[in-house]
Design a binder for this molecule. Structure first.
Ligand code: SUG
Length: 425
């Protein structure tokens, strides 16, 4: 058993090929921005600024590096050539691995039968451009969490069942280091947009992780939420500690969902945002729920221990209905004491808010490969690499150009070198 268990947020460093190709049907932001120019350098710097904001709150911060792009082996396997579907070309260039909430599902040590932290890499099979992420992600997870005494890293569940990782998984626990209740949210196929998380994938992950059935819940996402653009549960709900913050229309049977959670964890505090305060459409547009709900350590920002902050995208902070609701929340003196806005606009335009960009791992930082942990000095070094090597702008028409491919590869190589992670080349 580890010593000091804390929540570490592992953010994906936005890759140098970040672009807007409109590849994700059902992700309204991504399809709305298809074809627009992207700004990889600004995107990566925004991500780093968010990580710094989390560190300023006293939180432990980790990083994952982007996978190799363009993925030429994938294009070769598809026998792609000029004139073939450009969506496949864009898929090979996608920087979508930045959204590490989709990298894996994580069950911390206090929840598992063998007392280790279990991670299952997500197969992401529903979207072709994401389905080729997992081999590189798995390699990276095995590098970051190599200590077998503390971690078990599993391969993906079979591709017959889509799994999108932690974006459809919530954990409620009195404290991060105490046994918790794990909530898996799945979608039922057959609607207007793809249901990306299959119930059987969630159940397989729970079994692989050795979770206690009495503290493991499977809840169906509301089909109307998926149809409205909530392609992952983390677009309409977020949990931390004993708090669940969810939209009224997040779950197929909200009363049953809340009853199940309360039965498994009587001290759970469930905060439902009514549709009358923030409509489902506005919740999805503003990404209010794609927030990082974090426990503030003692004394941070004057907050007494036990207080939480909600790290929201600027878009949510600027939404009139969200502001009105948030003012009431803070005035109500509940567990959420602060709302912290961050600007991740480049990621947001592809449907990735603050919560998408991070994978939460409850672990003793001393058991994690230190190359994946961030401090101020390392953040500065990464920023220098990004400022020097990341393309300023990519137009979708640029994808496939040899000079850009070389620049993107060189940029990643410079990052790996700066981090001492050349073995991931
Ligand atoms: O899978 N967007 C990602 C956004 C993932 C957000 N993650 C969470 N909600 N946890 C997706 O839809 C768009 C790429 C493009 O169209 O170029 C994209 O993949």
């Amino acid at each position: 058993m580890s010593g000091r268990l804390v929540e570490i947020n592992f953010d994906g460093i936005v890759g140098p090929s970040h672009n807007y190709a409109g590849l994700s049907l059902g992700n309204l932001a991504a399809t709305a921005h298809a074809g627009e120019p992207s700004h990889p350098r600004a995107a990566a710097l925004q991500g780093l600024a968010k990580m710094r904001a989390a560190m300023a709150l006293g939180l432990a911060q980790g990083i994952f590096v982007p996978p190799p792009r363009p993925n030429d082996a994938w294009l070769a396997a598809l026998a792609w050539r000029e004139g073939a579907d450009r969506a496949l070309l864009a898929g090979a260039w996608s920087a979508s691995a930045m959204w590490t909430a989709n990298a894996a599902t994580v069950s911390p040590a206090p929840d598992t039968a063998d007392g280790r932290c279990h991670l299952t890499v997500a197969n992401l099979v529903t979207m072709p451009h994401r389905a080729h992420e997992w081999p590189d992600t798995l390699r990276q997870l095995r590098c970051a969490f190599a200590g077998h005494r503390h971690f078990a890293v599993h391969g993906p569940v079979p591709p017959c069942f889509g799994d999108e990782g932690a974006a459809n998984h919530m954990r409620l626990a009195p404290g991060h280091g105490e046994p918790g209740v794990e909530v898996f949210v799945y979608g039922r196929p057959g609607g207007r947009f793809p249901a990306r998380q299959h119930e059987q994938a969630s159940r397989a992950v729970a079994r692989h992780h050795g979770l206690d059935p009495a503290r493991t819940l499977f809840i169906e996402q509301a089909p109307e939420a998926i149809a409205a653009g909530a392609f992952h549960n983390d677009v309409v709900a977020v949990a931390n500690g004993r708090v669940l913050l969810a939209h009224e229309r997040a779950f197929a049977d909200p009363d049953r969902a809340c009853a199940m959670i309360r039965a498994a964890l009587p001290e759970a505090e469930i905060i439902i945002v009514p549709d009358s305060a923030v409509s489902l459409a506005e919740a999805i547009r503003s990404y209010l729920f794609n927030a990082q709900l974090v426990s503030l350590p003692d004394g941070v920002g004057g907050a007494p221990g036990g207080g939480m902050a909600l790290v929201v995208p600027r878009e949510a902070h600027e939404s009139a209905p969200v502001r009105r609701w948030a003012e009431g929340l803070i005035a109500g003196n509940g567990p959420i004491r602060r709302v912290v806005p961050v600007d991740v606009g480049e990621s947001m335009a592809n449907g990735g808010g603050p919560a998408c960009l991070r994978l939460r791992v409850v672990a003793d930082p001393a058991t994690v490969d230190p190359r994946f942990l961030l401090d101020e000095g390392k953040a500065e070094r990464i920023e220098q690499v990004v400022a020097r090597h990341w393309p300023e702008q990519i137009d979708p028409a640029d994808l496939g150009r040899a000079a850009l491919a070389d620049a993107v590869r060189a940029a990643r190589a410079a990052l790996l070198e700066a981090l001492g992670l050349e073995e991931l080349a």
